[in-house]
Design a binder for this molecule. Structure first.
Ligand SMILES: Cc1cc2nc3c(=O)[nH]c(=O)nc-3n(C[C@H](O)[C@H](O)[C@H](O)COP(=O)(O)OP(=O)(O)OC[C@H]3O[C@@H](n4cnc5c(N)ncnc54)[C@H](O)[C@@H]3O)c2cc1C
Length: 300
């Protein structure tokens, strides 16, 4: 999806007004993950050191969606590793920057039309105002600054999962209709065929994923704190996207599994939506921490 990069959501959530205008309309990828830091994004090692009017970035980023084709890459780096998570900031780097050379594009199970890039950052110089938001390190606010990124990106990923589930359900409903299966949402499951009951059960899952996603996205758009809702939407929709695609394949039989069918592709594509921007397990952990009022140190 050109121009709908995760980096654009990051810019929308952390940038100041001038930066919002400067980066408006430009396609931005998002580079958090490193060889030694995946789920635990606070463990990143990429550093940013101020040198005159420029920051110098050094480190290694992997699994960057659209990292080859986007115009900009939002890179997470730490201003001071000894301070911990409060020192992590995001920097907008031009894709053409000579300090950020592409070394690999992954070959993958799904989303094969989307490039997933790896690149080292070697003395990668960016202007001082490439740092999104404030350079101040607020120990009390901790990770809250860059973490706000996820409040915007998780509803976006959840929406992708809702979309793929909808497509799979529409495709399957048409296949069932062609086979003469009647689906009646007003009758209880036990009063209709097993195939119809299965479709209705998936529609119910789809509805809850969609409503949670709309709620999280609406809160993001209206500036309301939505970390809990963003994780709930991502957890439910990520799981539902994968489950629904596989159950639709089961209902459609051989016609669902063939490589000539879109269902086969959607089932492969859906899995990543339950992984990137925080896996299923990480979303459940965040939800549990919020509901139980535990810190990340108390509940790991
Ligand atoms: C195709 C693709 C595209 C991607 N795009 C991007 C991108 O654009 N930008 C970017 O920055 N990253 C991207 N990623 C990286 C992605 O966000 C990470 O893969 C993901 O966060 C998981 O990190 P990891 O792979 O290091 O797994 P790990 O963190 O090593 O996790 C491995 C397993 O352990 C589980 N686990 C880890 N910690 C816990 C815990 N505390 N409790 C319970 N279970 C736990 C995880 O849920 C997972 O199942 C992409 C990845 C892929 C495959």
């Amino acid at each position: 999806m050109p121009r709908q990069g995760l980096g654009n959501s990051a810019i929308a959530s952390v940038a100041d007004d001038e930066q919002l205008e400067r980066f408006d309309g430009r396609w931005a990828a998002m580079a958090i993950t490193e060889p030694e830091a995946g789920s635990d994004s606070a463990a990143i090692r990429t550093t940013a050191v101020l040198d005159g009017d420029e920051y110098v970035l050094n480190g290694e980023k992997i699994y960057v969606t659209a990292g080859e084709r986007a115009e900009l890459v939002v890179v997470w780096a730490t201003l001071d590793r000894s301070i911990g998570r409060a020192a992590i900031k995001s920097f907008v780097v031009e894709r053409s920057n000579p300090g950020m050379k592409l070394i690999r594009v992954e070959d993958k199970l799904g989303i094969r039309a989307s490039d997933t890039a790896a690149f080292p950052l070697a003395d990668c110089r960016v202007p001082r105002d490439a740092l999104l938001g404030t350079p101040d390190i607020d120990a009390k606010k901790g990770f809250a600054g860059v973490m706000a990124t996820f409040d915007n990106t998780r509803p976006l990923v959840a929406a992708m999962a809702v979309g793929v589930a909808r497509a799979a359900l529409d495709h399957t409903r048409a296949a069932l209709a062609e086979a003469g299966v009647e689906v009646d949402p007003d009758r209880p499951p036990h009063a209709q065929s097993a195939a119809a009951a299965e479709l209705l059960s998936m529609e119910a899952d789809y509805d809850s994923a969609r409503l949670l996603t709309m709620q999280a996205a609406w809160m993001a758009d209206n500036g309301k704190p939505n970390s809990l809702q963003a994780s709930m939407a991502k957890a439910k929709a990520g799981r539902t996207g994968t489950d629904v695609c596989l159950r639709c394949i089961a209902l459609c039989g051989a016609a669902g599994y063939a490589e000539t069918e879109l269902l086969e592709k959607w089932a492969r594509d859906a899995k990543i939506l339950d992984i990137f921007e925080g896996t299923q397990q990480i979303q459940l952990l965040i939800i549990a921490r919020q509901l139980l009022k535990k810190t990340s140190a108390e509940l790991k």
